[in-house]
Design a protein around this ligand. Structure first.
Ligand code: HEC
Ligand code: HEC
Length: 294
């Protein structure tokens, strides 16, 4: 081997060594975040499994908080994504069937999962949008638990979560991908909000819209058209009636049809008039923000 070739080879080996160590280092950092144990002290509340609670829970799970959107129509678990770069993530089977929640899944486990993004094993949940659920009141969370506990068991064992390289890199650049890492676990604020057509109740309901419309409801950072729900977006020119029609049928005043594959019209259309009125009042009260603005 001549000298030049030898140097090229050495250079290449050094480069490879540096690249591999960098990747191992980054991977270690991600694994550290994923393996972190969160000890969150929570206070359990009673769960009454009566007809009122169960039907309230059904409404919330299906139409208000969009749990079924990810966990499947029967909450039997559903693949979230599965490709070589992002990896394999599935939303868990929440029924009592095979692969579902274990029999010892307590109210405190429910509270940690839903409000804190922390699994029964203490580790951060992936893709479970608990930052949009922190505020859910005790009575509503009790209703959700009552409903889920009374669902028919479905046997459905989901594959283990396996994150791909691209997703791991995203976790490093965007810590909010692991909600447990950004949620304030000390703040125990989840007051009961009276269900009525008020700005306050609208705010309570709209927290679930932030899953897709961004924390500021202006579309977040990765905004696309139609995601800004503040008065700076199209909604600024809509009447309350036009808003109702749009979220119930997908037809916007300017004749554009919302894509119901992306915007869950089939769920939102089951919200009551009072709930939609409250949402409208709240959205209308927001400061106008342009897309992507902080
Ligand atoms: C955007 C998708 C998405 C939505 C919406 C969603 N979940 Fe999840 N959820 C997930 C995923 C994915 C997991 C599995 C996470 C993991 O194992 O790391 C999960 C896990 C859970 C767990 C299991 C916790 C554990 O200890 O394993 C519970 C309980 C749960 N979700 C309840 C709910 C409830 C109740 C709602 C509605 C209020 C909801 N989820 C809405 C995606 C979602
Ligand atoms: C699963 C993701 C998702 C959730 C949850 C969601 N949206 Fe949307 N929404 C979208 C997407 C994506 C669009 C843009 C659709 C299009 O342009 O076809 C949209 C569009 C809209 C529009 C039309 C805006 C415009 O300028 O035309 C309104 C109004 C709306 N959503 C209201 C809501 C409300 C209110 C909630 C909560 C109750 C909500 N959305 C929850 C994804 C979502």
């Amino acid at each position: 081997m001549n000298r030049a070739a030898r140097w090229v080879l050495i250079g290449f080996v050094v480069f490879l060594g540096v690249a591999v160590s960098a990747l191992l280092l980054l991977n270690g950092r991600v694994e550290e975040r994923l393996g972190r144990i969160y000890t969150v002290a929570v206070t359990p509340f009673p769960v009454e499994e009566n007809a009122d609670a169960i039907s309230r829970g059904e409404h919330l799970v299906n139409y208000v908080f969009f749990c079924t959107e990810c966990h499947g129509e029967r909450l039997e678990g559903k693949a979230h994504f599965n490709d070589p770069l992002s990896g394999q993530v599935a939303a868990r089977n929440l029924t009592s069937g095979e692969g579902g929640l274990p029999a010892d899944f307590q109210v405190t486990d429910w509270i940690r999962a839903v409000r804190h993004g922390v699994g029964q094993n203490g580790k951060p949940l992936v893709e479970m949008p608990s930052n949009a659920y922190q505020h859910i009141s005790d009575s509503d969370l009790a209703a959700i638990i009552a409903y889920v506990r009374n669902l028919p068991p479905v046997d459905n064992v989901m594959p283990h979560i396996e994150l791909g390289p691209l997703y791991k890199l995203s976790i490093l650049s965007d810590p909010s991908l692991l909600p447990a890492a950004v949620i304030d676990h000390q703040s125990g604020s989840h007051p009961e909000v009276r269900p009525e057509a008020s700005v306050e109740y609208g705010k309570y309901l709209a927290a679930a819209c932030t899953i897709c419309h961004g924390a500021d409801l202006a579309g977040g950072v990765s905004a696309g058209a139609g995601l800004n729900l503040t008065p700076a977006g199209d909604l600024g020119e809509w009447s309350p009636e036009e808003f109702m029609t749009a979220v119930r049928t997908g037809a916007t005043p300017k004749g554009r049809d919302l894509d119901s594959e992306l915007m869950p019209i089939d769920r939102v259309k089951h919200m009551t008039d009072m709930e939609l009125e409250a949402l409208w009042l709240y959205l209308n009260s927001l400061p106008p923000r342009s897309i992507g603005a902080d």
